[in-house]
Design a protein around this ligand. Sequence first.
Ligand SMILES: Cc1cc2nc3c(=O)[nH]c(=O)nc-3n(C[C@H](O)[C@H](O)[C@H](O)COP(=O)(O)OP(=O)(O)OC[C@H]3O[C@@H](n4cnc5c(N)ncnc54)[C@H](O)[C@@H]3O)c2cc1C
Length: 656
Amino acid sequence: MPNTYDVVAMGAGHNGLVAAAYLAKAGKKVLVLERKPWPGGGVVTREINTPGYWHDEHSSVHIMIQGNPMIRRDELGLQSRFGLKYQYNIPYAMIFPDQTTLVAHQDLDKTCEQIARISARDAETYRRFAKRAMAMLPMFASGLYVPPTSLGAMVSMLDSSEDGREVLDAMQRSSLEIANQSFESEKVKVWLVRLVTENLQMPDELGTGFGLYLMPGLMHGYGVSQPLGGSGKLSESLVRCIEHYGGEVRCNSEVTRILTSGGRATGVRLSSGEEFTAKDGVIGAIHPHRLRAFLDGVPEPVLVRAERASLAAFSIMVSHYDLKEPARFRAGEEVSHAIMLEFMASERLSDMLDDFDALRRGRITERVLGAGGDESINDPSRVPPGRGMFHGITFAPFNLEAGGSARWDEIREEMGDRSLKHYQKFVSNLTSDNIIQRTVVTPLDHARNMPNSMVGGDVHGVAPYFYQTAGHRPTPDLSQYTVPGVERFYLVGPFLHPGGGVYGAGRATAIRMFEHLGLDFDKVAGGDTGQGNSRTITLGGDATAGAASGVSAGTTAGASARAGGTAGAAAAGGASGRAHTVTLYGPANEDLMTIQTIGREGDDLIVKGQVYGTMPLTAKLRPEQARRMLRMLGFSLLPFLFTFLFRRSKATQGKS
Ligand SMILES: Cc1cc2nc3c(=O)[nH]c(=O)nc-3n(C[C@H](O)[C@H](O)[C@H](O)COP(=O)(O)OP(=O)(O)OC[C@H]3O[C@@H](n4cnc5c(N)ncnc54)[C@H](O)[C@@H]3O)c2cc1C
C-alpha cells in the first residue's frame, strides 16, 4: 500500500529526525512529515536576507549534544558518512561596558588565568568548581540521552552519596545563591550567572543552581561547538542518514490529526486530507499544551496536567545582519572567536538582577541583556568571500506588560534599533555603511514559526525548573515519551527530558520505541564505529540488588563520554594500572564503574566501588539474581567464557 509505513513522524525538527534516523537504521520504513518547506525546525541555517549569507535561524550553539553518544560514538555515522563537522572554539566570553573581557577557554588553566586577573581567590575556587563539575560530567551525561528515571528515584539515588547530595542541593537552589556563596568578585559572579541564564533561566529562580555545575563541566569537558556551515548542518546530515537507510522526509506536509484506532496510534492525516498509515508507531513533535488539538483518547486529567506545564519566564529576540565586512570588536580580536559572547550593559550584579526582574514582569529592559557575534569569523563559508554577518540576541518577554504578545509586531523594528544601539557599543562597524540588510525575529515570531513546540515563545518548550525535571518533564504522565490512552504514540521535543536546546534528545524517544518494538538499540546504535558489541551491564537488574543503598548500578545505552580531566577513583583505575580494582567500561570506552571490593554479607555478594568516578556504590547481588545472570549469559556465550581470561581486549592490543 503506497501510504503505509512502519513509522510516521510528525515534525522534522532535529529531535524528530534523530528518532527517525535510528529507526531507519534499524531497517524500519520511516516517513517524516514537516509542515515547513524545509526540514530542521529550530536547527536550520538559511539565507534569511540576501543570497550567500547563511544565518542560523534559531539555534546556533551546540552545547548539550556534545555529550550525546550519537555524536561521541558517531552512532548514526553523521560525522563519518553524512557530512556533519563540528568545530570547537572559545566557548564563552563576556565584554563589560569598559571593554574589558573575561574569556572562558576549553582549557581550564587558561580560563583560571583569565579569572585571576580579577581575583586570584575566585580563580582557585573556579578551578575546584570546574574540576568537580567535570568529574561529575559522566554521571550527568549517563542520564541525559536516555529515558529519564522517575524524579523520586533520581532524588533517592542522589541522596545516597555525598556527591549526589551536593548535586541535589544545587538542583534546588538558585545559580545566584551558589555564585554568591562561592565567589567574591562581582564581575566573576556576573560572568558565571549570566552563563547559566543562556539556558533561559532566571538567575535567582530556585531550582536552577544545577546549571552552575553543568555549564562549566560541559565547557571544559566536552567543549562548545557549532557545525561547520551552520547549525542546520546537523539536520541536513540527519536527513541524509534517514534517506540513506531508505526513509523519506517530506516537507510542506502539515499534520492536522494523529489517527487512532482501538486506543492505538495508527497514522496521521495532513491538512490536504491525505492519510498515512503507520504499522509500528507514530512520533509527534507536540507540545503538552497542544496535545488536545491532535489526539483523541487521552484521559482528561492527563491533558489538564499537560496544560499546566509552565513556560519559561522570558524569550529572545534575534537580529540577523548581513555585513559588507566582518564585525570588528572594540575589545579586540580574541572575543570575536567566542561561540557565546555576552555584551554587558553593566558590570553590577544588582543591575543585571533588576533587568531579569523586569523581564519576569513583561517589561522591556532599559539596559539591554544582549549577546551575539559574527559566525563567519570562525567559519568563512557562511558568507561570500571577505564579507561578514552579525547574529544579535536580546532577552525579551513574550507577554509584554503593555499590549501583550500581539504588540511585538508593532514594535519589532523599534526594538531592533534599540538592540542595535547596544551592540554598537561593542562592535565598531555595525553601522549603516556596513549593514547590507537585517531581519528582526521576535518572541511572537518563534511562537508563530513553531506553534506546536515553542508555545508562548518558549524556545525550550517548557521551563527548566526542578519540578519539570527528569521523570517530571513536562509532567510525570508524559515524561516517558508516551501518552496515556494512546499506545504506540511517541513524543519528541524540547519540552521532554533532558530539556530544551540542541540535545539530540530524539535518541531517548528512539530507545523507548526500540524497547516496545523488541529491537536491540545497542546493536543498531553501535554499527558505525565498530564499537557496537557493547552490552548493557546491570547489577541486580530489577533494582533489588541496589536496595541497600537505593542505587541500581544499571547502565544503559546512553552511558557516554570520557570526562576530560576526570578526577576521582575511576579515572585512576583499571587502564592506568591500579592492580586492585576492576573497571567496567562504557560503550565509548569510558570508565563506567570501578569495583573496589567484592565481599560477602550472609548469602549475598556485596560489590563496592564507584560509579562514574564519583558516586560511591554498594550493590548487593542476591543468589537468585546471580542465577538469573547465568541464565542471561546463555549457552552460546559459554565457549567464549572459557577463553575469556586468556584474551586481550582491542583497547590494550599493541600497547604491551
Ligand atoms: C531564536 C532561537 C535561538 C536558539 N538558540 C539555541 C542555541 O543556540 N542552542 C541550543 O541548544 N538551542 C537553541 N534554541 C532552542 C532550539 O532551537 C530548540 O530547543 C530545538 O530546536 C528543539 O528541537 P526539536 O526538534 O525538539 O523541536 P523543533 O525544532 O521545534 O521542531 C519541531 C518541528 O515540527 C514541525 N511541526 C510542527 N507542527 C507540525 C505539524 N502539524 N505537521 C508537521 N510538522 C510540524 C515544526 O515545523 C518543526 O520543524 C534556540 C531557539 C530559538 C527560537
